[in-house]
Design a binder for this molecule. Structure first.
Ligand code: NIG
Ligand code: FE
Length: 417
């Protein structure tokens, strides 16, 4: 039953209050057992029963709940650096996709990898992601687009979930693009998704969510209704990729379908914001994708003012967001979207947990919650996101177990102490 003492700032990130309220405690302590938080508060108030417990010294660092990356496309084959350069020369994401590049080129590279190769790639990503303080990762399929490969991706995530160390949440995104072999048979592909993939994803407990990419060149709102209603009937909760490249009524659609979250939303309309506020839908902002594809930033301030909670995530994928660096994306959410560092921290903790339906277990530091946290070399969250470094995280803990810590050989802390 360890106790972490001498915490300079403990950002508890409770669900109560506005997104800007971190429930911060200065000079704090945190106690946990094998899996859960037992106590969190001012060190001076540490109950007598914890005072004799083995103590660890946080040396004045910031401690935050384990970060939750609530939107990634973790498993894929290949990379698409060539497209990065094509876009810099003036090509558009849509034009590249229409030529068979984009998502479909990653589909070809992903189908070529077997399960072991995909697991090995993901393990490498997850190790680096864990070192950044990220303890929960949502992972989408969508680069298989045939029965065998979509299921292979779900099994990859199932393997990663079982072996840990992070918590893995899988989403079926079989409606990501129309696969080339179904070019003239849209209805048939949608039936494959609703009649074969959704039942298998749900019955095996392989996925928790179902997602659809609604956009010109991808799927229509009506097709999304069909897929997400079938998913819901099978027990998969709805999510949506919407309003990314142009306005498409995505906020309204997400509210109508009772989606847990609507993601991207660069072109979200005022009516969409109102609908999401009424429905309690979480807006998931993906500022790295906005920046990479030269889209306007998602209107995060207007969402927050209307009472729509805003989560922040990487969207890690080889096309629109080729980085899993969540702290860098947090800084982008500040500078591009004018979110405050406090709003962003809640956006990657308790609000991101809500976007995954896990807010009762992760996303805040309070007794009873899972002991997932990160120790950050910064006096507070503003300093952390302002002074962007390769990695300010000194230790990552999942369920009470340290999954990563700075070793003696790595550079000394530069901010605290
Ligand atoms: O979330 N918008 C759709 N899907 C991904 C991009 C996928 C890709 O380009 O490979 C996204 O941005
Ligand atoms: Fe995405």
């Amino acid at each position: 039953m360890p106790v972490l003492r001498n915490i300079g700032s403990l950002a508890r990130c409770l669900a109560d209050g506005p997104q800007s309220e971190l429930h911060e405690v200065r000079q704090a302590a945190l106690a946990w057992d094998d899996a859960r938080v037992l106590w969190a508060g001012p060190e001076a108030d540490l109950p007598r029963s914890f005072r004799d417990m083995p103590a660890e010294d946080a040396r004045g660092c910031l401690v935050v709940p384990g970060l939750v990356d609530c939107h990634t496309h973790l498993a894929f084959g290949g990379w698409r650096a060539g497209e990065f350069e094509q876009r810099l020369r003036g090509d558009t994401y849509q034009a590249i996709a229409a030529r068979g590049g984009g998502i479909l080129s990653t589909v070809a590279a992903t189908r070529a990898l077997d399960q072991a190769a995909l697991v090995a790639r993901c393990r490498g990503f997850l190790a680096a992601i864990g070192a950044l303080g990220v303890t929960t990762v949502e992972c989408k399929t969508g680069y298989g687009l045939d029965e065998a490969t979509e299921l292979r991706l779900l099994h990859v995530y199932d393997t990663l979930r079982r072996e840990g160390p992070q918590r893995i949440v899988a989403t079926l995104l079989a409606a990501h693009a129309l696969p080339p072999e179904y070019r003239d048979r849209r209805g048939e592909y949608l039936r494959l998704v609703t009649e074969r993939l959704i039942p298998q994803a749900a019955s095996g407990g392989l996925a928790a969510f179902c997602d659809v990419f609604v956009e010109e060149g991808a799927f229509t709102p009506d097709e999304a209704r069909t897929v997400l209603r079938a998913g819901l009937a099978a027990g998969l909760r709805p999510k949506l990729h919407v309003d990314q490249l142009g306005p498409g009524g995505g906020g309204e659609l997400a509210a109508e379908l009772g989606a847990v979250s609507a993601d991207h939303l660069e072109h979200l309309s005022p009516a969409g914001i109102e609908a999401m506020a009424r429905a309690g839908t979480v807006a998931v902002s993906l500022p790295l994708a906005s920046l990479t594809l030269a889209q306007p930033p998602m209107p995060a301030r207007r969402c927050l003012e209307a009472g729509v909670p805003v989560a922040v995530a990487t969207d890690f994928n080889p096309g629109s967001a080729p980085s899993y660096h969540l702290p860098m994306v947090m800084s982008l959410a500040c500078t591009l979207q004018r979110m405050t560092p406090a709003e962003v921290l809640k956006g990657v903790t308790i609000v991101a947990a809500r976007a995954l339906g896990m807010e009762d277990r992760v996303g805040s530091l309070e007794p009873g919650k899972l002991a997932d946290f990160a120790v950050i070399d910064a006096p507070d969250v503003t300093h952390w996101l302002y002074h962007l470094r390769p990695n300010a995280c000194r230790r990552t803990v999942v369920g009470g177990q340290t999954i990563w810590s700075v070793r003696a050989a790595t550079p000394q802390p530069e901010v605290v102490p």
